[in-house]
Design a protein around this ligand. Structure first.
Ligand code: NI
Length: 173
């Protein structure tokens, strides 16, 4: 298991749609293991493959809160089958946009279908934080970030901060 570096916005790889996974290979298993480890280490509740520079439709998430036992999930080729008309608003953040948070309104419940690491098709309805998280991560697979839901001024302000963060990190590397 290897921790993989997380790409920081702006990066062209975070703006591109990802390709479907065609077979659950050893490479995909290793990617999923690495993504879960990287997500827990960050720490974060969700991570999408493009955030570690892999342009495939894979995401990991675990929205359990201690003392509940963890529920590490790996979703391959996830699809939203249904979104509820009622919405909920959460203050979202993103491991690719460190320390920046903003309210985003999304459907409160979604039904999602995906393939698991055994190649089995799974279907589940998500509510609460899980619903927000899975939608945020599926957005990543389509090249969309939570800041794309904000107005242009706020989005630009955050992007400038991230450009500065990347310059500072490059300088101290
Ligand atoms: Ni994110």
């Amino acid at each position: 298991m290897t921790l993989r570096p997380i790409l920081i916005h702006p990066d062209p790889r975070l703006k591109k749609p990802c390709a479907p996974v065609t077979a659950i290979s050893g490479e995909i298993r290793a990617l999923a293991d690495d993504m879960l480890a990287t997500m827990y280490d960050a720490p974060g509740i969700g991570l999408a493959a493009p955030q570690v520079g892999v342009m495939l439709r894979v995401l990991t998430m675990d929205c359990m809160k201690a003392p509940e036992p963890p529920r590490p999930m790996v979703l391959i080729n996830p699809e939203i089958l249904w979104s509820s008309p009622d919405t909920s608003t959460y203050e979202e953040g993103c491991l690719s946009i460190p320390d920046q948070y903003a309210d985003v309104t999304r459907p409160a419940e979604v039904r999602v279908r995906w393939t698991d690491l055994d190649g089995a098709v799974q279907e589940e309805s998500f509510t609460g934080l899980w619903a927000t998280c899975v939608q945020h991560e599926i957005d990543h697979l389509d090249g969309k970030l939570f800041i794309d839901y904000l107005g242009p001024i706020k989005r630009q302000l955050i992007t400038r901060k991230m450009e500065k963060l990347k310059r500072d990190r490059a300088r101290s590397a």
